[in-house]
Write a protein that binds this ligand. Structure first.
Ligand code: ZN
Length: 282
């Protein structure tokens, strides 16, 4: 069932867990994520490239249809939109949240961009996540990355107050894709932000982080963790294995079932880790 972004985060908080968010590129990955959810609230992340790419409206409608049928509480979120046209398109496609990522802009331009996104989204009841600090690495292609410029806690406090956003993505040593070397998260910085900011904080780049890192971030105040790379890798690894067999009888459905299994297993591992880690005392 599809619910509002705020209700999803609140439901997770009440249940003593944090929200796992997973990028869904097709019906197979979405079905895998929904199977893994098993009653736990999840966010289905929709790539900005999908929204603005060929037949984006049809693909998003298909994923929304899957979410409507799910037993778990689900919210669909446009991920990493860098322009207002994409934000508007995501809102018109019926997504429950958009991430307006202006972290590549100057601070003033980021503020202006997020205010513009909010002016589009808020009247439609669509929640807005923004990003402060720089996340290195690429969202769609896994490459090794070092951590970028970290989020300043005082900037975060002022930014959230001035924009009225619903969720803030932070840079505390996390990267997209593959971590170069052992990840190091700046937990004192995160704790300071968590104390000063009244909205949930989001950790992007959950894939490459060891479970103890994610657990420490959750204990220090993270409310939502985004996963993408690990799901894509599991999907593609399994696809490569099955492709050797699939041409016999052109067994396409068997291939799709294997892809769903691979995504479901990976997402279930992430959700189980979030649930057990969030249950630890803070
Ligand atoms: Zn991200």
């Amino acid at each position: 069932v599809i619910v509002r972004f705020a209700d999803l985060l609140e439901e997770a908080r009440r249940g003593g867990t944090v929200v796992g968010a997973f990028t869904c590129y097709d019906a197979e990955s979405a079905a895998g994520v929904l199977r893994a959810a098993r009653g736990r609230p999840v966010v289905m992340l929709i790539s900005a490239q999908m929204v603005s790419g060929p037949d984006g409206d049809l693909l998003v409608a298909a994923l929304r249809g899957l979410a409507e049928q799910a037993r778990s509480m689900v919210c669909l979120q446009l991920d990493h939109a860098h322009d207002l046209d994409t934000v508007r398109a995501g809102c018109e496609m019926g997504l429950g949240a958009v991430m307006a990522d202006g972290s590549h802009l100057s601070p003033d331009a980021n503020l202006e961009f997020v205010l513009g996104a909010r002016a589009i989204a808020a009247p439609l009841g669509v929640a807005v996540e923004a990003q402060l600090g720089r996340l290195e690495g690429l969202e769609e292609i896994a490459v090794a990355a070092d951590s970028g410029e970290l989020t300043n806690p005082e900037d975060a406090r002022v930014f959230v107050r001035e924009t009225g956003i619903d969720c803030l993505g932070v840079a505390i040593g996390n990267v997209h894709g593959i971590y170069r070397g052992r990840p190091h998260l700046d937990l004192p910085r995160l704790r300071e932000m968590s104390a000063g900011v009244p909205v949930p904080l989001c950790l992007h780049g959950g894939s490459g982080l060891p479970a103890d890192c994610v657990g420490a971030a959750v204990a220090a105040g993270i409310g939502k963790v985004n996963f993408n790379t690990d799901l894509r890798q599991a999907y593609l690894t399994r696809t490569a294995q099955e492709l050797a067999r699939a041409p016999v009888g052109a067994a396409l459905l068997a291939l799709h079932h294997a892809q769903m299994d691979a995504v479901a297993q990976t997402a279930a591992e992430k959700l189980a880790a979030l649930t057990s880690l969030a249950a630890l005392p803070r």
